[in-house]
Design a protein around this ligand. Structure first.
Ligand code: 2M8
Length: 416
């Protein structure tokens, strides 16, 4: 009997707030979008009803235009900033006004496979919600039809303060209409969190978009941060493949054709972002028109959704091994040793179990099962040694950030 499995399940039970799971108590007291998709996959291993419930509760926050917001504020809490009064989205169920990586349809396919035949009635509304969201991504976040979807806020990436945003975010003014009253640094060490200056810029963007009435076309025009992002696009493509699979299964031929067209466009567009000299894929800053060359984990995530030529996959894996050398826990979210690398500061270096999960799937897809297995073992060992921390210092292995963290528990269940 593996007691860690029991512990992981207990964390998911403790973080349950009534059919949805908070990432962790106090620090994150609401429902987060991609956290819930990972959590649903964890539940799918032992409680399919609860797994569906997680996604159903997330979809309660979906906007009429199809966006699934990054936070759904089901119940009030004073322990998080920014709350609904800062977002000012005027939705019936209070939500934030931005989105997060579209892991949802990846989870949906996994749930359907776990549920087995005859579960169509429950999954169809979720399938419809996913399709609406994918359409939203392509219309609101790729109005020019490039195949890459753009983020208008670093929080949409899930990798909030990644060095990938340093250049683009520096252009965003630090003045805000809304007072910045941080709560996060009351829960965890400020040295492990984004800086105050980052928060002022994050809130400046929220103010700007609230002033646009959260209307996508106006936001697109006013955005001072606009990055066509390779990690999100790669996740969208994998989710698109899974959605296309479900469409065919449900006899939705027209949907399948539409989704396949999205997928083909994105597949080509991501491939064009391969930079052999960096041995990584890169995002594009749509304000400057330049490549985002910062060395972060995002450059490897296309493994998840592309069937790469052996030469490209080998080059990526060679680079990944170089980054992981001498580390206690892989995979670092920033290349170790470079100026922006901070092994304890949130998305500027630490290893995250859910990123490893995506990379493991991508490595297996691209014929590197041995490296995938190494990463899987390293992730499991980190959790068994340090507990279900939000993330891990890759040098010391120390568990950092929030404890009893839902997506780390889900990743453990999935990877164990
Ligand atoms: C972190 O992001 C939130 C904003 O969305 C925050 O710092 O306040 C990120 O790690 C993000 O990826 C994650 O979804 C969220 C909840 O775990 O926390």
């Amino acid at each position: 009997m593996n007691t860690h499995i029991d512990q992981a399940k207990r964390i998911l039970a403790v973080n349950d707030r009534g059919g949805y799971t908070v990432p962790t108590d106090r620090l994150y007291p609401f429902q987060w979008n991609w956290d819930s998709a990972f959590v649903a996959m964890g539940f799918a291993l032992y409680d399919i009803d609860r797994a569906y419930r997680e996604l159903e509760r997330l979809v309660e926050g979906q906007w009429v235009d199809g966006m699934i917001p990054h936070i759904v504020f089901h119940a009030p809490s004073e322990t998080y900033f920014p709350g609904p009064n800062v977002w000012r989205t005027e939705q019936t169920i209070p939500t934030s006004g931005i989105t997060q990586p579209p892991v949802f349809a990846i989870a949906l396919r996994k749930l359907h496979e776990a549920a087995g035949k005859g579960a169509e009635e429950r999954i169809l509304p979720l399938y419809e919600a996913a399709l609406k969201w994918h359409r939203w991504w392509y219309s609101a976040r790729d109005p020019d039809g490039t195949g890459l979807v753009a983020l208008l806020h670093p929080w949409e990436s899930g990798s909030d303060n990644s060095p990938a945003w340093d250049i683009a975010l520096a252009r965003v003014p630090t003045d805000t209409d809304t007072p910045v009253v941080r709560k996060d640094t009351g829960h965890v060490d400020a040295d492990m969190r984004p800086r105050d200056e980052d928060y002022r810029r994050f809130i400046h963007l929220v103010d700007t978009y609230a002033a646009c009435g959260w209307e996508p076309a106006r936001q697109w025009e006013k955005a001072s941060f606009k990055v066509a992002e390779v990690q999100t696009s790669a996740i969208l493509l994998k989710a698109g493949e899974d959605l296309e699979h479900l469409a065919l299964l449900f006899g939705r031929t027209e949907d399948a054709i539409e989704i396949a067209a999205f997928n083909n466009r994105t597949r080509k567009a991501i491939m064009a972002q391969w930079r052999p000299e960096l041995a990584r894929f890169v995002s594009r800053d749509l304000i400057s028109g330049e490549d985002v060359e910062a060395a972060t984990q995002a450059g490897f995530i296309p493994l998840l959704s592309l069937d790469l030529d052996k030469q490209v996959a080998d080059a990526l894996v060679f680079e990944m091994k170089a980054w992981s050398k001498d580390l206690k826990v892989a995979f670092p979210t920033t290349k170790p040793g470079i100026a922006s690398w901070e092994p304890k500061r949130y998305w500027r270096g630490p290893a995250w179990a859910i990123i490893n999960w995506l990379l493991i799937d991508g490595l297996n897809r691209n014929g590197h099962a041995d490296v995938a297995e190494e990463l899987r073992r390293s992730t499991i060992a980190a959790i068994e040694t340090e507990g279900f921390a939000e993330y891990f210092d890759p040098v010391t292995g120390e568990g950092c950030g929030g404890l009893g963290f839902s997506w780390t528990a889900a990743a453990y269940l999935w990877l164990e």
